[in-house]
Design a protein around this ligand. Structure first.
Ligand SMILES: [Cu+2]
Length: 141
């Protein structure tokens, strides 16, 4: 049974539905990484830490490779609800200890906030260092 559960957890993580079972993961779970390292290949986790202005999210601002998938993980003790200001991303309600589905961030990135606590603000920015610089000068018509 344990093997089956573990395999299921890995699959769930790969699919980004980790948060569905998150209610059993309490604050006291010392095994949970709290650093903003990728939780799975191609997925970056942004922690929701508190109702604290621009310090509500970590890392913030987050600079991401093009096409990066993002998961918001609520490490706070109350429910939050992350939405990009342009409404292109909406995590739904994130209960304490749960994560959002992987969210694709638009090429330009953007600012986001918590719809429950509007003082919580953050931003994600695409790392454009790999993309060609826009053409500038007399030959760019
Ligand atoms: Cu909130």
């Amino acid at each position: 049974m344990r093997v089956f559960v573990t395999v299921s957890a890995v699959v769930a993580l790969g699919l980004g539905v980790w948060g569905c079972g998150g209610s059993s993961y309490g604050i006291g779970n010392s095994g949970n990484p709290t650093t903003p390292t990728p939780s799975a290949p191609g997925v970056v986790t942004i922690n929701v830490v508190a109702v604290n202005g621009a310090q509500s999210f970590s890392p913030n601002p987050a600079t991401l490779p093009a096409g990066q998938m993002v998961v918001w993980h609520n490490v706070d003790s109350i429910t939050h609800h992350v939405v990009l200001n342009d409404r292109s991303v909406d995590t739904g309600d994130l209960a304490p200890g749960t994560s959002s589905q992987p969210m694709a961030i638009a090429a330009v990135g953007g600012q986001y906030h918590c719809s429950i606590h509007p003082v919580m603000v953050g931003s994600v920015n695409q790392d454009t260092s790999n993309t060609p610089a826009p053409c500038q000068g007399a030959y760019c018509d």
